[in-house]
Design a protein around this ligand. Structure first.
Ligand code: ATP
Ligand code: MG
Length: 243
C-alpha cells in the first residue's frame, strides 16, 4: 500500500525541550495507525506540526503524494486531512448541530442568517444521529459531557469528508462505554475507507484496533510495527518503565 501521509525528520523545540527529534513515519492508505508514547513524548506536537498549528524547525511531510511545504490547517482540511484535539474544541455557546455544520468550513455569518444550505444541515443531522447525539442537536455544546464533546468534535471533522483523520486521545477521560462507542465509530468509518492515526494510552484499545503502532520517546521514534511486535520491544518497555 502507498503512504497516504509520510513525515520525514520532523524536529521541533520549545526553548531547551526537543519535543520532536528527527521523527519519521508513514501511514498507509486504509490503515488505522496508533501514535503512542509516555507523557511529553511529542505526540500532540507531532499532530500540531503535521496539521500546521505549529511550524516545524526542520523536516517535512507529504500528504496524498504531494509535498506539503507550509502546512496550513484550512488548506489541509480541504485536501482531506482533519484532526481533533486532546481537549475537545467545540464552540460552547453554539448548538451541537451548529458545531457540526461548522466542520464544513461555513462562513460564520451563514449561521446567523440561517442560510446554512439544506444539504449541509441534513448531513449534520445525519452525523448527529450516527453519533447518538440527535437528542442534543439544539443544546449548547458546552452543556454536553466531556465524552459527548469528543464525539461531537469527531462528528464535526467528518463534515469535511476527510480521507485521513488524526484523533488526539479520543478515549482519554471518558467512561468505558464511551471508549467502546468511540472504537465502533472509528471501525465503521474505517470500513468506509477513512484512514486514521490515533494517539491513545489505553493499550487494549490500541492493540485491538491499530496497526502500525508508532512509539515516540523524547520526540524520537523508537519503534514502529504490528502491535504484537511493538509490545515486546525492549526499547518500548524501557521507555514506559524506565524513567
Ligand atoms: N507550547 C509549548 N511550549 C513549551 N513546551 C511545550 C509546548 N508544547 C509542548 N511542549 C513540551 O514538548 C514536549 C512534548 O509535548 P507534547 O504535548 O507533544 O507531548 P505528548 O506526547 O502529547 O504528551 P501527553 O501524553 O501528556 O499529551 C513536552 O516536554 C512538553 O512540555
Ligand atoms: Mg498530548
Amino acid at each position: 500500500m502507498t503512504a497516504l501521509l509520510a513525515v520525514e525528520g520532523l524536529t521541533k523545540s520549545f526553548g531547551g525541550v526537543r519535543a520532536l527529534d528527527e521523527c519519521s513515519f508513514e501511514i498507509a492508505e486504509g490503515s488505522v495507525g496508533a501514535l503512542i508514547g509516555p507523557n511529553g513524548s511529542g505526540k500532540t506536537t507531532a499532530f500540531n506540526v503535521i496539521t500546521g498549528y505549529q511550524a516545524a524547525d526542520a523536516g517535512g511531510l507529504t500528504f496524498r503524494g504531494r509535498a506539503v511545504r507550509r502546512p496550513d490547517p484550512c488548506r489541509l482540511q480541504r485536501l482531506g486531512l482533519a484532526r481533533t484535539f486532546q481537549q475537545p474544541r467545540v464552540f460552547p455557546g453554539l448548538s451541537a448541530l451548529e458545531n457540526v455544520v461548522l466542520g464544513r468550513n461555513q462562513p460564520w455569518h451563514a449561521l446567523l442568517r440561517d442560510r446554512v444550505p439544506g444539504p449541509d444541515r441534513r448531513r449534520a443531522e445525519e452525523l448527529l444521529d450516527e453519533f447518538g447525539l440527535a437528542a442534543h442537536a439544539h443544546m449548547p455544546a458546552g452543556r454536553l459531557s466531556y465524552g459527548q464533546r469528543k464525539l461531537l468534535e469527531f462528528a464535526g471533522v467528518l463534515m469535511a469528508e476527510p480521507v485521513l483523520v488524526l484523533l488526539d486521545e479520543p478515549t482519554a477521560g471518558v467512561n468505558p462505554i464511551m471508549v467502546k462507542t468511540m472504537e465502533d465509530h472509528i471501525r465503521r468509518r474505517h470500513a468506509q475507507g477513512v484512514t486514521f492515526l490515533i494517539v491513545a494510552h489505553e493499550m487494549q484499545f490500541v492493540m485491538s484496533l491499530c496497526d502500525p503502532v508508532i512509539v515516540l520517546d523524547h520526540g524520537r521514534r523508537i519503534a514502529c510495527g504490528a502491535p504484537g511486535e511493538v509490545q515486546k520491544d525492549p526499547r518500548v518497555l524501557d521507555a514506559y518503565l524506565g524513567d
